[in-house]
Design a protein. Structure first.
Length: 155
């Protein structure tokens, strides 16, 4: 038969272990997502998009470049979807002001595409929209390495 002190000591240990696992579980599920961002050092909207990523669970590594076109050419970003900055997350390219929610959906669904783009610089996208202003409407486009495109999301 177990005495009262042993029972309390064991119960406290089990409770502590349960609390530790319960508190660690959300952290494991929401681990930061690494993403490499290539942008111009003088571009304010690119810096704002990087902050959008940070506040939405990404850990961006920023590479300031003086000329983005050779980077985009090297990475295979189709000319028809180009914007101001390019990012790489996992095996996908992200071109322009793509919302973090769409990048997370991309990583969850893993379609057979080259990446996502918001061509041009719509003034209502993350990083472009004025503080407090609503985002949208704009489209997020899926693209392949051959340059074909298809709709991915509408905001």
């Amino acid at each position: 038969m177990i005495d009262r002190r042993t029972f309390i000591a064991q119960s406290a240990g089990v409770a502590a272990a349960i609390a530790l696992v319960r508190n660690a579980w959300p952290l494991a599920r929401s681990a930061p997502i690494p993403i490499a961002v290539y942008k111009s050092s003088s571009c304010e909207c690119c810096a704002k998009w990087v902050e959008h990523l940070r506040t939405n669970g990404f850990t961006p590594t920023v590479h300031d470049e003086s000329d983005m076109n050779p980077i985009k050419d090297q990475m295979g970003v189709p000319k028809s979807v180009r914007s101001c900055h390019t990012a790489v997350v996992d095996k996908y390219l992200i071109e322009g002001h793509v919302p973090a929610t769409d990048i997370k959906r991309l990583l969850a669904e893993r379609p057979k595409i080259g990446g996502l783009a918001v061509p041009g610089m719509p003034s209502t996208t993350p990083g472009m929209a004025a503080p407090g202003a609503p985002e949208g409407p704009y489209d997020v486009i899926a693209f392949t390495s051959t340059g074909s495109t298809s709709p991915f999301a509408h905001h």
